[in-house]
Structures are given as C-alpha cells and as structure tokens.
Design a protein around this ligand. Structure first.
Ligand code: FAD
Length: 464
C-alpha cells in the first residue's frame, strides 16, 4: 500500500524562517529526498540571529551569534569542521590571536582606580564555581527555592572572599551583570537557579571561533544544499490555517500558509522556527485554530531576553597592547540587590540604563574596535536612541572610568534584536519558579495532538 503524500517524500513542506534552525530542517529534508520544500523568510536575508556583517572593512563583525559553544555532539561544530570553516587558530576567543603576551581585562572603579588583578581573579573564580554548582545539580537544598541572583548573593556572603578586599562586592556585582549576557535576562533575580541543571554542556572548547567567513559561512553551507527557488526572502507569514478539512478538498495539504503580500502556500507539513520573542507577540493571532493552551502557556511563561552589542571604531588604539577589555565596576551597579529592588518598579532605571553595560572588549581582527555588551530592558531602551547618543555615553564612560585620553569614535554601530519585528529579543531563559523542561517540551511537541484534532495527522512544530 502506498503512503499518503503527507507521509512520503512527495509531501509539501513549508518551513517558516531561514535562520539556522529553518535552513537545517530544509537541508535535512532535501538530503532525505523531499522535493517540495519551501522556506519562507520574513527578512531580506537568510541567517536570522546569525548576522555576519562587514561595516569596518573586509573582516567580519558578528551582530548576532559569534561562537560555537562546545564540540562533542555539536552539529554546528561538526559541520564547520567538516567544511574547514573554523578559525585557523582553532581556539577560543580574541585572546588567541595575541600570542606574544597574555592579555587581560582591566577592571576600573568609578573613581578611576584599577581594581587589583588578584582580587578580580579571586571573585571571578568563586563566581564561576558557584555557577558550576548550579549547572552540575549541586545546589544545596536551601537554595532550591531561590532565584539565581539570591542564590549567588547568599553563597557569596557565606564565603571569606566577600570580605577579602575592598572591592570584592562590587566585582561580584560585575560578575552578575556580565552573566546576564549568558542568561539573556534583565536581571539574574528573574532567572531560576534550580533549572540551570537542565542545560547540557557539550564537551570541548566553549568559545570556538569561525574563520574569515564568520558564522555566515555555516549558513552558506546549508543554503547550498537547497534547490534553486527553495528559499523566498521578504515573505513574512501572517497566518497559518491548520487542521483544514483536506479530505473534503480531495487532497492532502491540510495546512495553508498566508503571507503578508497575499501569497498563499498549501502544505502537508509546516515547520515553524520563529523565535520565542516573535511568538510571544504574534502566536495568538497567527494560528487558526488557536494553538492549544499548553503551547500558548509555554510561549508566555518562558523568558526571552535581549542582548545587544555596541561597536565603537576609533582611528587608533588608545588602550594598552595587553588589554583584552575595559570592565566597569560601579560603586552600586544594577545587579546590586538593593539597587535592583529599588528600580524594579517604575521607570527610574531609564536614567541609568548605561550602568548595564559590562565593559568594552577588544574585537578579533579589528585592532581599533571595541565591543560593549548590554542586556535586558536597558538594551531595549538603548535600541531607541540615536547612534551618536549611544556613542557619546560610551565615550563618557570610557573617559571617566579609565582617565585615558579617549578620542571620538569614527563609527558607532549597535544591534537591534529587540526592535526587529521578526526576532523581538535575543535568546531564551528559564524564569524563576518555572519548569523549563516541561515548557520546552510543550513548545516543541508536534501538532495536532490528540486533544486538538484527532482526525488528521498534520505535524506542525514550533521551535524557539
Ligand atoms: C547578540 C546575540 C549573540 C549570540 N551569540 C551566540 C553565540 O555566540 N553562540 C551561539 O550558539 N548562539 C548565539 N546566539 C543565539 C543564536 O544566534 C540563536 O540561538 C540562533 O541563531 C537561533 O536560530 P533560529 O533559526 O532558531 O532562529 P532565528 O535565527 O531567529 O531564525 C528565525 C527566522 O525566522 C524568521 N521569521 C520569524 N517569523 C517569521 C514569519 N512570520 N514569517 C517568515 N519568517 C519569519 C526570522 O526573520 C528569522 O530569520 C546569539 C544571539 C544573539 C542575538
């Protein structure tokens, strides 16, 4: 007996989104012999949150993803390695290119004083040990009901390191502020401590960098697998009608995908790879019938934070050769518990949005460029400002913290992942008090499931 088209390689599959998830699914289906795979991408370019640009000359600036995290069992690492896309140095970060000395971060206090390197190392070591405990499921019972910020504060206060030198608490605040870039959260006080253990760390280097093609080279490998015409850019999908009565129409294709420009695509299967940020804003209006309660609930409950990068290009380097980054240690930073509580309500935090900037790191292959990272609502606010304004604030910070003679930047550039209507943020985190595994499973489960549409079998998955 032959399979219905919906189950065979003659099935029509529409993939929504040409980020790495959408392109990888389309490439996998194509390699498995599926001949009717159509990828619809809202933006004018494929890649999604991978965006390798060249604003400062031939070398890449990554506005989005930068590193491949982990090696063993990491499909992105395998693909990059197989195609010779990894950095020739094949090592972690920007620090690898400078082999004649060991570069280090300079930690400056608000009053311009340098924080002792030994003290910084002591606090940073403790911070990473405390984080590892959470990732390795080694949290003491008393911390199970705490958010990540509370756990870290309490564990730090219990340690002799907290009182070992004058600036220990301030450097610890910097560590928490910096960790918000990994968690993509406005604050670690919003993140679950207990759920970190649910992430799997892949063995091998954590900061594997890519060669001259940047992350885009990985995207290009997937694009080459697709047949001509399989990818359509500038095609925002506005509606997905699923569970249609295909038998009444005498055909399979029980899903109809409608684009903003009025174009329609019929499909046997639809794979949705829109970000969680996009789904938070649009999922309730996009699907007909509406998504089931558990999926909508997962979309609402999981966190999707904003992480942005600010690039400053100067006519010449003004920092010492051994400097890997200029880090800002505030007297009272935004991840200071009392400051967080004070600013958690109202709009007062707008006044001090720039305090969320962790520091300014040097950038591989760009000897006169610095990159600042900023997260959360402060990043979202930064996106609303003019480039000149952001540049002015950054230069003010650099001058006042270091006391160095900092020239005006020749170019200023920042990412706008929150303002991008098809992304609406940067990446997912598990908020405090939530069962992240259950929510992720609900989000990833194919539809229809038994509670929604029992008669037809139309797999439709939502990713993040
Ligand atoms: C600043 C930043 C730094 C990062 N750094 C790293 C890093 O170093 N290492 C790492 O591994 N990861 C990093 N990430 C995360 C990584 O970029 C993402 O996890 C990954 O790119 C997500 O791929 P995706 O295909 O799932 O989603 P996306 O890349 O978001 O792709 C989804 C695509 O769907 C499109 N789309 C959405 N809705 C519609 C619609 N209705 N119709 C048509 N198209 C639609 C979007 O335009 C987009 O192109 C970073 C992300 C950011 C923002």
């Amino acid at each position: 007996m032959s399979s219905p088209p919906a189950m065979s390689s003659s099935a029509k599959v529409v993939v929504i989104g040409a980020g790495i998830a959408g392109l990888a699914s389309a490439a996998t289906l194509t390699q498995a012999g599926f001949e009717h795979v159509q990828v619809l991408e809202a933006m004018c370019r494929p890649g999604g949150r991978i965006n390798s640009t060249r604003p400062f000359g031939p070398d890449v600036i990554e506005m989005g993803a930068n590193w491949i995290h982990g090696q063993e069992g990491n499909p992105v690492f395998s693909l990059a390695k197989r195609h010779g896309l990894l950095s020739r140095n094949d090592c972690s970060s920007v620090k690898c290119q400078l082999d004649s000395f060991t570069p280090c971060d300079y930690f400056f206090r608000e009053d311009g004083a340098l924080v002792s390197q030994a003290g910084v190392e002591q606090v940073c070591d403790l911070f990473s040990k405390l984080m590892s405990r959470a990732f390795n499921d080694e949290l003491e019972g008393k911390f199970h009901c705490k958010n990540l910020g509370q756990y870290l504060d309490e564990a730090f206060a219990d340690s002799p390191v907290a009182s070992s030198f004058e600036d220990a608490v301030k450097v610890f605040e910097w560590c928490k502020r910096n960790a918000c870039t990994d968690e993509a959260s406005s604050s670690l006080y919003e993140v679950s401590a207990l759920q970190l253990k649910e992430y799997t760390s892949l063995e091998g280097g954590y900061y594997n960098s890519l060669g001259p093609g940047g992350y885009q080279a990985v995207v290009d490998v997937l694009l080459k697998i697709l047949p001509p015409g399989a990818l359509l850019c500038d095609r925002p999908v506005t509606h997905i009608q699923w569970g249609l009565d295909s038998q009444a129409k005498g055909s399979f294709c029980p899903v109809k995908v409608l684009c903003e420009d009025g174009q329609e695509f019929e499909a046997d299967h639809v794979i949705v790879t829109s970000s969680l940020g996009f789904l938070k804003e649009r999922a309730s209006a996009m699907f007909e019938p509406a998504l089931p309660e558990d999926k909508i609930g997962a979309i609402e409950r999981l966190g999707f934070g904003t992480v942005d990068k600010i690039f400053l290009r100067f006519s010449e380097r003004f920092w010492p050769e051994d400097c890997a980054g200029i880090q800002l240690v505030w007297e009272e930073g935004l991840e200071d518990r009392s400051v967080y509580c004070m600013l958690s309500e109202g709009r007062a935090w707008l006044e001090s949005w720039y305090k969320k900037i962790c520091g300014f790191d040097i950038v591989a292959h760009h000897p006169t460029v610095l990159c600042a990272w900023i997260t959360g609502r402060e990043a979202q606010y930064m996106e609303t400002l003019q480039e000149e304004e952001v540049g002015r604030v950054c230069v003010r910070l650099l001058r006042s913290f270091t006391g160095w003679s900092v020239p005006e930047p020749t170019q200023i550039l920042f990412s706008t992942w929150w303002s991008n209507p098809y992304v609406k943020g940067s990446y997912t985190f598990i908020p405090y008090g939530m069962n992240g595994v259950r929510e992720h499973q609900a989000l990833a489960a194919p539809l229809p499931n038994s509670t929604v549409c029992t008669e037809k079998k139309v797999p439709l998955s939502t990713a993040q």
